[in-house]
Design a protein around this ligand. Structure first.
Ligand SMILES: [Zn+2]
Length: 317
């Protein structure tokens, strides 16, 4: 019985979630704006609140974090303006199209692409299917896919790995399954910078971990992973978000705010479930708490409320 209910909830999550998220992510082209956030560390913010990217310049070459096929050409142009070094490594925070499709853009430099085994599996399965669909599509927003190929990782790890390169240390950690099936962070201790991928979104409603139309985010795990990272008490000046503006020097306050968002919304949705509300009623009646009222990309909230609702019903609240 429980298994059936979980399955039904998962199906409901899929059918309600799919349309608005795709529409939101596929609108007009985005502009990437560069900002230097620490010595040798450059952040590129997506003007539409879609995926950000980061690159780190070292004497031995460049490391890139996250690559969206629709914006990676702008990131590469920014790298070429900043340094004559080649791109040596690419790491992706997770396998979603807006973070892991753009590796192909860097092919001239022959970088080594590092991701987790789970990310590689996702790329081989649902992401390659979506990639092929977009390649075959005639929609203008799919034009970047036309002559491109989906690149698979050269190194697929499990757990954690340390990359020592160009005088810096990159602690690459598979944090677990929260936003996606396999969320990866990169900590650069010498620069006091921690790249969060989509485990952190700033001034924006968090995304529901869409991968080729399937939604993976697990709210309970997300709170746990944020606690895990905060529990390390690392000497970090800046946690870099996967979406939204970077808050240079704000440190752990960004992670505290992200956790508070999930805890506050979880508690509010729990109250509404206890009062007998349906998921449609929760989506229609939910009022964003004042402290998060300035968050952008409101359509994402509706999809996320659906996840909260079903996961709270499944797991208890
Ligand atoms: Zn994303």
């Amino acid at each position: 019985m429980r298994a059936i209910m979980v399955l039904l909830a998962a199906l409901a999550a899929l059918s309600i979630g799919a349309a608005p998220a795709m529409a939101q992510d596929d609108a007009d082209p985005a502009r990437m704006t560069m900002q230097k956030i620490a010595a040798d560390v450059y952040f590129l913010e997506n003007s539409r609140g879609s995926s950000n990217a980061v690159f780190v310049v070292t004497p031995d070459g460049v490391l890139v974090f996250d690559a969206d096929l629709r914006t990676a050409d702008q990131v590469l142009a920014a790298i070429r303006k900043t340094t004559d070094k080649k791109v040596r490594y690419i790491v992706t925070s997770h396998s979603a199209g807006d973070h892991a499709t753009g590796v192909w853009v860097y092919r001239e430099d022959k970088p080594t692409y590092i991701a987790t085994r789970k990310q590689m599996r996702d790329l081989m399965m649902q992401e390659s299917k979506e990639f092929a669909e977009r390649k075959a599509s005639s929609r203008p927003q799919d034009a970047p896919y036309k002559n491109a190929e989906l690149v698979l990782p050269d190194i697929a790890f499990e757990g954690a790995m340390t990359l020592r390169f160009g005088g810096l240390t990159f602690q690459i950690t598979e944090e677990g399954s929260a936003h996606s099936t396999s969320d990866v962070t990169v900590y650069i201790p010498q620069r006091r910078v921690f790249l969060m991928g989509d485990l952190l979104d700033t001034e924006i409603h968090p995304g529901q971990g869409e991968s080729a139309g399937v939604f993976f985010s697990n709210v309970k795990n997300w709170i746990i992973l944020l606690d895990n990272i905060m529990g390390r008490r690392l000497p970090v000046d800046t946690y870099v978000p996967g979406h939204g503006p970077v808050h240079v020097g704000r440190g752990v306050a960004d992670l505290e705010e992200q956790k508070k968002y999930f805890v506050t919304l979880r508690d509010e949705v729990s109250k509404m479930i206890a009062a007998g509300k349906s998921v449609e009623q929760v989506q229609a009646e939910f009022k964003v708490p004042a402290e998060f009222a300035h968050y952008k990309r409101n359509p994402r909230l509706k999809v996320f409320l659906n996840l909260f609702y079903h996961q709270l019903v499944e797991q208890g609240f």
